[in-house]
Design a protein around this ligand. Structure first.
Ligand code: SF4
Length: 388
């Protein structure tokens, strides 16, 4: 049955329907806007996931200006629907001016999406983006708790309220981080914390205070990543910052290893973790040399050179890696760290799907760690390392 579409449509747009799935059988097609499931209006992809768990679904769909009702019978866990990512205007952005913000350090003229300062709990849940919780309102807190949007990824940087607000470039804002983390932890939300380490600002006793303030929230604060600040040449009119020296980096690693031994005994976890970069076997050795040259290997950034079992081991390029090979190889690694970064050449541009239809979200779910797709350029890599 069809009826004319009304104004005020929201919903989510279908990017792709996988063949031989329940969504294909129901007649859902690319470009359809799903407005409601079983009478529940959809605000975004999270609402779609939240309401699509029933065995029998009635989808309210807008197609070419007309409203349709499509019954859908779920056959298995995978409905077969991939959704369009939110448009720039639909993403919550931050009002912060972090002293280390990598976006402020980008040169002009790059791709517009690189300049989006997202601070959106939905992207944190769906894609592992870090959020500050600075401007999270009561309705958002309630939604996170009601829909159990877990895990979330939180930029902490410092637990001292004044220092944190100085780092975030908002010295007069009053929202403290620890009560917010405690509220989410009490509601059963798991979180991964990160600290962008700025020498002379939040290192030394402040770093110790921060990680030891976070440790009692384990296991709800599951991990904490310490990420040395990344600085580009483009810091005109930005606060004075410097990188860690080699000696400071070595001292930091020794300090963190001491904490890890203690936490392993007390919490059953090392609590503070590094990052894993995925690549093919051909580029793996080169990437390790490049990391050693920048000192990032000493900061806990590791390379996973994935053998290509799908096409054969003669194929060593990252662009022909399948999701299942990446998943299998990473599952054998003793520790993946805080996050896994996958090169964008291994996935399709439009929707981030590997050659074998697995997605970064599938890997994140199966490996229990955040997985991000990163453009294969030094700038994009440094930016991603600054944000995981
Ligand atoms: S680092 Fe993140 S939270 Fe801070 S200003 Fe940049 S985008 Fe906003």
């Amino acid at each position: 049955m069809t009826t004319p579409v009304s104004a005020d449509v929201t919903g989510v747009v279908v990017a792709r329907i996988r063949p031989r799935t329940a969504a294909a059988a129901a007649g859902l097609t690319r470009g359809d806007r799903v407005l409601a499931i079983n009478g529940h209006r959809l605000r975004d992809a999270i609402d779609f996931q939240f309401h699509a768990g029933e065995p029998e679904l009635e989808l309210r769909v807008e197609r070419d200006g007309t409203l349709l009702t499509l019954p859908l019978e779920r056959r298995d866990a995978d409905l077969g629907v991939e959704l369009e990512p939110p448009r720039a205007g639909e993403i919550a952005t931050c009002a912060n001016k972090c002293v280390f913000c990598f976006i402020h350090q980008l040169p002009k003229g790059m791709r517009r999406s690189l300049y989006v300062k997202d601070d959106d709990f939905r992207l944190s849940f769906l894609h592992g983006n870090y959020i500050t919780l600075t401007d999270l309102d009561e309705a958002a807190f309630e939604r996170i708790i009601e829909q159990h949007l877990s895990p979330l990824y939180v930029s902490v940087h410092a637990t001292d309220p004044q220092l944190r607000h100085t780092l975030l470039g908002r010295p007069r804002v009053s929202g403290e981080i620890l009560p917010r983390l405690e509220r989410l932890a009490k509601a059963g939300i798991r979180m991964h914390a990160q600290i962008v380490l700025c020498p002379g600002w939040n290192d030394g006793p402040q770093l110790e205070r921060t990680v030891f303030d976070l440790a009692p929230l384990h296991p709800k604060v599951a991990t904490t990543a310490i990420v040395p600040v990344g600085l580009t040449r483009h810091r005109e009119r930005l606060p004075a910052l410097r990188s860690l020296t080699a000696d400071e980096a070595q001292a930091l690693i020794a300090t963190v290893e001491g904490w890890q031994h203690r936490w392993l005994a007390e919490l059953g976890s090392r609590f503070v973790f590094p990052v894993t970069l995925v690549t093919g076997e051909m580029f793996g050795p080169r990437l390790r040399v490049l990391l050693a040259g920048t000192g990032l290997d000493r900061h806990g950034v590791r390379v996973a050179a994935v053998p290509n079992d799908f096409f054969g081991h003669a194929i060593g390029v990252a662009g022909l890696l399948t999701g299942q090979d990446v998943r299998r190889h990473l599952a054998t690694q003793p520790e993946l760290g805080r996050a896994v970064l996958v090169p964008a050449v291994a996935v399709r541009d439009v929707d981030g799907v590997f050659l074998d239809d697995l997605t970064a979200a599938d890997l994140a779910r199966d490996l229990g760690v955040g997985v991000r797709v990163v453009e294969p350029s030094p700038t994009a890599l440094l930016r991603a390392l600054g944000r995981v």
